[in-house]
Design a protein. Structure first.
Lengths: 156, 407
């Protein structure tokens, strides 16, 4: 018996092509040599682990950022797409973006804010509450890095 | 022989529809589903029996007390304890182990003493020992495992020393299904006079338990892993040890007399059962035992093992899929990882086919580390699963490959 279309529809909401693409070939993957900010994120339940590196200049612009680590598709793609989205943004813009992103994943009827761009592909995660943590791990790690919190952030 | 359709009818949740698909429940190592008999018993208790136990003279309370204590007798018989007061009600395996750590071990531990566990333990059989070790300066030692996920028995002799105060290990690994040579391990420890705690959480649904034959000092299990309710479990302990141990918690029901100067404690088992207990679920546990006892256990276990073998063979055929833990003696639990698909994604995708599996570290992070994986996907079978369900699992795993464009 073949699989029914409902599986495909539901799953393709979550695992959109862009997400699968970024899972298979994550962008900005690797360490930054002279990072001004750095933090580690950890999702103990599923073993997702990532390390984020940023170079923020004196004007408060994120000039470069990268990540390493291993995790599920959602957390890897989220980290990858986040690094793409934030390059060249000011810290203020980055913060606003995180707020919009978080709202997209957690709030009923959240309006998709324009600045989200490609990040809109994570909208499907809302229907999978247990996966919201995966999609936000990179962002929480970002916050930790920017606050220069030493050590580890955890989603638990 | 038994009729699988009839068995399935005993478990109402098995006709549940999940994401538009019939539920295929393959997370039995996390908790098992409950037969109608258990559900009815709980309902009946609250409708006809509910009262506090051991405290009053009126009829209803006596009825509740009688059923509650009858459940203890059922457990005693089921696990073959010598005395009924060797069966202590607890919340589950976790509480049972904490009780032994704090009441049995802590008073006698000195700095440098050793507690031996194994590399395949659930956090419930690691952390309580770490807590007492921190409190006393004792040290945790670990019996390692090989690449198949079996204990390296040759190392046992060196690890059981004159400083070892307890050997605590699991009967069956919840993460990779290994069935340990329990009797052999217990005898080895006893040769050196070392007491043993068996974590029987996964044993309850898979093997017939005989604590007298095992001759372990302590045995811990949870009703919910063996078709009973959550929130209730049992610590079995040898009477002469339990009698010497101080209470675990203080409160009502566990005392004989209280004055502000001195309290004398109740006899076993009540000494360890402070406060109003989980009466309904204890009785529900009894109902689960009644249910299991009227089944053809041998036939069921044979059938469950067939499901396991069939699934394992089929999983091995999937390119890029690697099974973690291939002990010679294995319960119906299979852990695996897949190239290009994280366990978490596997869990979400197969769920859309109605298939419930576990994707995590299975509360056994040191074990995951041993196999260099952050997590695994795990399927675990019960006798109410079917070969058709395994086919759907395989189809769902094929779906995982499709999502990620894997070969
Ligand atoms: C081997 C093992 N030990 C201990 C436990 C803890 O049991 P519980 O959570 O019921 O206390 C479990 C269950 O998760 C288990 O599988």
């Amino acid at each position: 018996m073949g699989e029914t279309t409902t599986n495909i529809i539901m799953l393709s909401d979550l695992y959109q092509d862009i997400i699968v693409d970024h899972t298979r070939s994550p962008r900005n993957y690797g360490k930054l040599d002279c990072a001004s900010h750095h933090a580690e994120g950890h999702n103990p339940l599923c073993g997702d682990q990532l390390e984020l590196f940023l170079h923020v200049n004196d004007q408060g612009v994120i000039e470069d950022l990268s990540f390493t680590g291993s995790g599920c598709s959602i957390s890897t793609a989220s980290a990858s797409l986040m690094t793409e989205a934030l390059k060249g943004k000011t810290l203020k813009q980055a913060e606003a973006l995180f707020e919009h992103f978080h709202a997209l994943l957690t709030q009923e009827n959240a309006e998709a804010s324009e600045d989200l761009g490609k990040l809109i592909v994570f909208m499907g995660v809302k229907d999978y509450p247990s996966r919201v943590k995966c999609a936000t791990l990179a962002w929480h790690t970002l916050q930790a890095a920017l606050k220069r919190q030493a050590g580890l952030v955890s989603t638990e | 022989m038994f009729n699988i359709e009839n068995i399935r009818k005993d478990f109402p949740i098995l006709s549940e529809v999940i994401n538009g698909k019939p539920l295929i429940y393959l997370d039995n190592a996390a908790t098992t589903q409950k037969p109608q008999a258990v559900i009815d018993t709980l309902k009946h208790y609250y409708e006809h029996t509910n009262a506090n136990v051991h405290r009053s003279v009126y009829t209803l309370s006596e009825r509740a007390t009688k059923e509650y204590e009858a459940a203890r007798d059922k457990v005693q018989k089921y696990i073959h304890a010598t005395h009924r007061e060797e069966v202590i009600w607890v919340r589950g395996t976790t509480e049972a182990i904490n009780l032994v750590a704090q009441s049995f071990l802590r008073p006698q531990l000195k700095a440098g003493d050793e507690i031996l566990i194994t590399a395949m333990e659930h956090h419930a059989n690691i952390v309580p020992w770490q807590l007492v070790a921190e409190q006393t300066g004792a040290v945790i030692k670990v019996l390692p495992i090989n690449d198949q996920g079996e204990l390296i028995l040759d190392e046992l002799d060196n690890l059981l020393t004159s400083r070892t105060k307890l050997f605590a290990f699991t009967y069956i690994s919840n993460a990779i299904g290994t069935i340990n040579p329990v009797k052999w391990l217990i005898d080895k420890a006893h040769e050196k006079g070392i007491p043993v705690l068996v974590d029987g959480a996964q044993a309850l649904p898979h093997v017939k338990i005989n604590v007298q034959q095992l001759n372990c000092e302590f045995f811990a299990c949870s009703a919910h892993k063996g078709y009973g309710p959550t929130g209730i479990g049992v610590l079995y302990g040898k009477k002469e040890l339990l009698e010497k141990m101080p209470p675990y918690q203080g409160g009502g029901d566990m005392i004989r007399t209280v004055s502000f100067e001195k309290t004398t404690f109740a006899e076993l088992p009540l000494k360890f059962e402070a406060g109003t207990p989980n009466i309904a679920d204890a009785i529900g546990f009894g109902a689960a035992i009644d249910y299991l006892s009227q089944l053809d256990w041998k036939a069921l276990m044979h059938y469950e093992h067939e499901l396991f073998l069939m699934a394992k063979e089929a999983l091995k055929e999937i390119p890029g899929l690697r099974i973690i833990g291939e002990a010679k003696d294995q319960a119906s639990i299979i852990s695996f990882v897949m190239d290009g698909a994280h366990p978490h994604d596997i869990g979400t995708i197969v769920d859309s086919y109605g298939v419930a599996i576990r994707a995590s570290h299975h509360c056994a992070m040191p074990l995951m580390k041993r196999f260099c994986v952050p997590a695994t996907a795990r399927v675990s079978f019960s006798f109410y699963n079917t070969k058709e369900e395994i086919q759907v699992l395989l189809e769902a795993l094929h779906g995982v490959k499709k999502v990620f464009g894997l070969p």
